[in-house]
Ligand binder design. Sequence first.
Ligand SMILES: NC(=O)CC(=O)C(=O)O
Length: 276
Amino acid sequence: MNAVTRVMSKFRLAVVQLQVSSDKANNLSKVRRLVKEAAGQGGKVVLLPVRRSECFLSFFSKYAEKIPGETTQMLSEVAKENKLHLVGGSIPEEDGGKLYNTCAVFGPEGELILKHRKIHLFDIDVPGKIRFQESETLSPGNSLSTFDTPFCRVGVGICYDMRFAELAQLYNRKGCQLLVYPGAFNMTTGPAHWELLQRARALDNQTYVATASPARDEAASYVAWGHSTVLYVLTLHVCGPTPDLQYLADVRQQIPISSQRRDDLYAVTAVQQGSG
Ligand SMILES: NC(=O)CC(=O)C(=O)O
């Protein structure tokens, strides 16, 4: 057990589900207000949703920013003003002529802790229902992303990343007790898979899982499923906003699947840790 997994305690996790629009200034001022409100209610780690531009690939280049840039500068200030860890949803990032879907995480001093670039691009085709080819516009990230808080270790994925069990398993192996996924599933895949995937990731890895989605806007051309969620492991009920890491440790001890893995028969390994 490493230093971080020994520091187990309760803390308040806030998940912000806001109505995201194409008006960036308005989105940012809502974020500032809602994070302050979350901090006022004791939130120590705050998770924001993806920006709507995640779903409008043609808008990606229009809204793309460098990191640091306007949005991340503001997120850094908000983290510092409220003295909390802020998982900044995701924004379109431009770097070296490429576009990424990127989640920036800030610490209580406003420091940039990490950037997670969406690893798995949403290239799907469900005939008559939904088609996306993110790889026509975006480049994939090549790094796993974990960070430490005084409460627990956190693994970060974005939206489609949640479908990949191996990523969550690797985060588990790295000692994560909480997996966070800013996301925006849609009205086809949302009802079918959004919660089920979170339950699967939570149960397999004996972790907490939190997702933040934009609020549903029926008038938008991409209607997000919404349903931001915090899940925990054993009883599989949607829980309140207070992860109890002692409970998690108890579950891991009572059903000790992590020490019962047959590493002699199979392995999930990270083959490459590139930059970005
Ligand atoms: N938008 C995504 O990246 C993923 C999604 O909507 C899905 O997996 O379904």
